[in-house]
Write a protein that binds this ligand. Structure first.
Ligand code: ADP
Ligand code: MG
Length: 470
């Protein structure tokens, strides 16, 4: 009977998948319209159930009549010898839709053997985590930009798999600390739970491994290996987009780990909902846990990061230089580090202490030099928009507090972003003289030191001016 079924299936399924998924099946017995087939792994069973359940069902019904049922027996042939074959009696529902949305695979119906998939030669505890030991929580500065993600990471590290943060999805732009944070969780798990098997893998590596294994028809080994992990960290899952086959395998691994109470930590450069090309069934599983984003760190956090890096490397530089760097590098932490390293390199090259002048010179190559010129007028326009102040009010003698502040900030920005003299700047504000401009700049600096909201506004405006000039 099975031979007949196979002949039908062979005509429908392409050669490669047929070879991969149907040839290894062994018919075991046929009793009372129940056909039992043996498959070599749990994953195999899941894959068949997911992709070919309809086809299998129809074919068997055709051969054996309406009442026919299919049962699977899973026998892991390369399992260690003392383990018993595992039998899953799972009547196939012929009506099950091909596409899985919410349906879960019944991975846990029978689970008599704990950890049934041991690949010979690989012991759980001997997995090399692939973690960078420098990526710790201690070396990860907390700020508003990453607080939720960092704290969630801490919680997960204490109770991997034991919180609702499973999976923990960390997302955010490049260089903002996703890899560092994800690895910090891994390192902390190893510290707190030395027996847990932690594994870090980039999505790219995962895809390549998968491709290697599928070429050699040993996808099962691949899947089994991953199913042994207690805490699996997959970095940059946006690379999974459109890698359909890899997603299938990852889906199986994800389900297995999640259902066995194992922890998954994923990072992505996009919010899960924006991950085009990733299967909806995966995305819906990502929503089971917690998604936490990492933003660009604010000025204070950037200062702290710089100061910590300097402390760790035993370096010193004047506070004003640290401030200058933190002000001007507003893209991401990697660039912040890059600027620091360039500064050090330049200073040792020129045998010169790091000072503001050197910082300005070095940072020129970081802060993209303006292609569009920044003018006093363009800054005025931007500030007016930002504070919702009419342009003419900015120039008049209005003494209203908001307008005075907007005017002072505009002067300050004009001074720092354009090469105009104080006199010229004053002239652009309804003919004020240069002492007014000096006074305004000083007021802004003072207020920035004392008033957080004020400083945030100024920094945001600085960012806007810079962006506009790029
Ligand atoms: P991503 O993976 O988001 O691209 P990374 O984790 O590789 O970013 O971070 C880039 C660099 O910035 C790393 O060297 C990392 O140590 C550092 N970094 C990022 N965020 C922080 C932070 N909050 N505190 C200290 N260092 C950080
Ligand atoms: Mg990264």
């Amino acid at each position: 009977v099975w031979e007949k079924c196979l002949n039908i299936i062979r005509d429908i399924v392409e050669w490669q998948p047929f070879k991969t998924w149907f040839e290894p099946i062994k018919p075991i017995k046929l009793e009372n319209n129940v056909l039992t087939i043996q498959v070599p792994s749990q994953f195999f069973y899941e894959y068949l159930e997911e992709h070919y359940v309809g086809l299998l069902g129809k074919t068997i019904k055709r051969e054996l009549g309406k009442e026919a049922r299919l049962e699977y027996r899973i026998v892991v042939e390369n399992g260690t010898p003392h383990q018993h074959p595992r039998t899953v009696n799972m009547p196939t529902q012929f009506t099950k839709p091909q596409k899985d949305n919410e349906v879960d695979f019944p991975l846990t119906i029978h689970n008599p053997v704990k950890n049934p998939f041991v690949i010979p030669g690989i012991k759980r505890v001997q997995i090399d985590s692939q973690l960078n030991p420098n990526y710790t929580f201690d070396a990860y500065v907390e700020g508003d930009s990453n607080r939720v993600a960092r704290r969630a990471g801490k919680t997960v590290a204490e109770k991997p798999g034991g919180t609702s943060f499973n999976p923990l999805v960390i997302y955010g732009g490049v260089g903002l600390g996703k890899t560092h944070l994800a690895q910090a969780v891994g390192n902390d798990v190893k510290r707190i739970h030395p027996n847990k098997a932690v594994l870090y893998v980039s999505a790219e590596k995962f895809i390549n491994q998968f491709i290697d294994h599928s070429k050699n028809n040993i996808i099962n080994d691949f899947i089994h290996f991953y199913q042994l992990i207690d805490v699996l960290i997959v970095d940059d899952i946006q690379f999974f987009a459109r890698a359909e086959k890899t997603q299938d395998a990852f889906f199986a691994i994800f389900n297995h780990l999640h259902q066995s109470g194992k922890q998954l930590i994923l990072t992505s450069d996009k919010a899960p909902k924006d991950l085009d090309g990733v299967q909806e069934r995966l995305l819906s599983r990502f929503r089971w846990g917690l998604s936490a984003d990492i933003q660009i760190p604010d000025f204070e956090t950037r200062m702290e990061i710089l100061e910590m890096k300097m402390r760790n490397d035993g370096l010193e530089m004047p506070k004003e230089v640290v401030k200058y760097v933190a002000y001007n590098i507003q893209t991401n932490v990697r660039e912040l580090e890059g600027a620091l390293i360039s500064l050090l390199a330049q200073s040792s090259l020129n045998r010169k202490e790091i000072d503001l002048e050197l910082a300005k010179r070095v940072l020129k190559s970081f802060v993209k030099t303006s292609s569009k010129e920044i003018t006093i007028e363009s800054i005025q326009k931007m500030v007016c928009e930002y504070f919702d102040v009419p342009y003419d009010k900015l120039l008049q003698k209005t003494r209203k507090r908001e307008i005075v502040q907007a005017r002072q900030i505009t002067m300050y920005l004009a001074k720092s972003f354009t090469k105009n003299s104080l006199k010229t700047i004053g002239e652009h504000f309804g003919g004020r003289d240069h002492t007014t401009v000096i006074h305004s700049c000083q007021t802004v600096k003072d207020l920035m030191d004392t008033d957080n909201n004020f400083r945030d506004s100024v920094i945001e405006l600085q960012q806007k001016v810079q962006l506009a000039a790029m």
